[in-house]
Design a binder for this molecule. Structure first.
Ligand SMILES: [Zn+2]
Length: 376
């Protein structure tokens, strides 16, 4: 294992931060997996999973079981990790710009397409190598460094440079209170399903364009975008399995759970040929996937005290009461109803909220929404 530090540009005179990552195996040897935790810096279950992965991968490396390369970034957002406001961690939005740390990653599709178009041919494997080389060249272009002069842009660029040429990209997040769920590209589902089964995911949300360029999609969409541009002319494999894994809720930081999650990820890396050896368990069946556009939020229309009427994991019917929103001054009570039939899988952890707060999510089967599909 090698520990590597990337310096970020100074945000203020006399002050610097750095991004740190671990490398297991050799670059360019075998398949590459990239795993990061806490891009939303206050989402900590993934940070503990990374700690377990560090131990498991170190042992596997010593046993000679590493067939490929694994990059592990245990704290992917040092900027957000240092943000505390009045005693509360602020890890989702950059306090300087208001930007969500997991949005606005580089969309490389057009640039990579222009670079590879003259070279593409009839061999899918060769096309894959050419596209990977073009991805690296696009990200190493000095113009990108010039544009990434501030700390946040430089952090995004550094993460993309570590991840975008990988075969497997796993971005570890969590929700407020939730069951374990995944986001991934629609065309990747069949190959991601074993991971969903191993992790025991309750929900898998599929989309090809979620809006606002989250990290996983910035890595994986290059391949289906180029496949669409190439049409029937050139065979283009979907060579980056990128998944955002929501490891339950904020407070689900527990050794037993994190150990199981890490073991599931290690098994998936065995399935992908990154690690040698037999799986620690048979791969359980995955949940049925649903469209991200069918994941329906339930928003508070007024301020109030929140009382949940159903537990997470409930299968609910449209129109069924899920939440009571109580105005403690007037005593009025408003019931919020399930927006669709589906699985009730995530909810807000605060119990008094302002108008407009997203309180719950129900995963339905029908794609009902359009436009930007992720929450702020
Ligand atoms: Zn997150």
């Amino acid at each position: 294992m090698e520990q590597i530090t990337i310096a970020l540009p100074s945000p203020a005179a006399g002050t610097t931060r750095s991004l740190n990552y671990l490398r297991f195996g050799q670059p360019g040897q075998g398949p590459k997996a990239y795993i990061q935790a806490a891009l939303h810096a206050d989402e900590l279950p993934g940070m503990l999973v990374a700690q377990h992965l560090r131990q498991q991968l170190s042992a596997l490396e010593q046993q000679g079981a590493l067939l490929g390369e694994v990059i592990l970034v245990p704290a992917a957002n040092p900027i957000g990790l240092a943000q505390t406001l009045l005693g509360t961690s602020q890890g989702r939005f950059d306090l300087r710009t208001g930007q969500n740390f997991n949005r606005q990653f580089q969309n490389l599709s057009q640039d990579v397409w222009q670079r590879v178009l003259p070279q593409l041919g009839a061999d899918a494997q060769l096309n894959q190598q050419l596209i990977r080389t073009a991805i690296r060249a696009s990200l190493q272009d000095p113009q990108r460094d010039q544009a990434a002069y501030d700390e946040l842009s430089a952090q995004r660029l550094a993460l993309m440079r570590l991840a975008a040429d990988a075969d497997v990209v796993l971005d570890l997040h969590c929700d407020c209170e939730s069951l374990l769920h995944l986001y991934t590209g629609t065309p990747l589902w069949e190959r991601v399903a074993p991971l969903a089964g191993l992790l025991g995911a309750s929900v898998a949300l599929l989309e090809t364009e979620s809006g606002d360029d989250p990290f996983d999609e910035a890595c994986s969409r290059i391949w289906w975008d180029i496949a669409a541009l190439a049409g029937a002319t050139f065979p283009i494999p979907l060579a980056c399995l990128a998944v955002t894994i929501e490891l339950r809720g904020f407070i689900d930081v527990d050794h037993a759970i994190a150990g199981r999650d890490a073991a599931a990820i290690v098994d998936f890396l065995r399935l992908q040929g990154v690690l040698a050896g037999p799986l620690s368990q048979a791969v359980p069946a995955a949940c049925a996937p649903t469209p991200l556009a069918g994941c329906m939020p339930l928003t508070a229309p007024v301020a109030g005290l929140v009382v949940y009427l159903r537990e997470l994991g409930a299968t609910v019917r449209a129109g069924e009461p899920l939440i009571e929103l109580i105005d403690p001054v007037s005593g009025s009570v408003q019931q919020l109803l399930a927006p669709v039939d589906g699985l009730y899988f995530a909810r807000e952890n605060r119990r008094y909220v302002a108008p407009g707060t997203r309180l719950s999510k129900v995963a339905g089967k029908l794609a009902l929404r359009s436009g930007a599909l992720l929450s702020a």
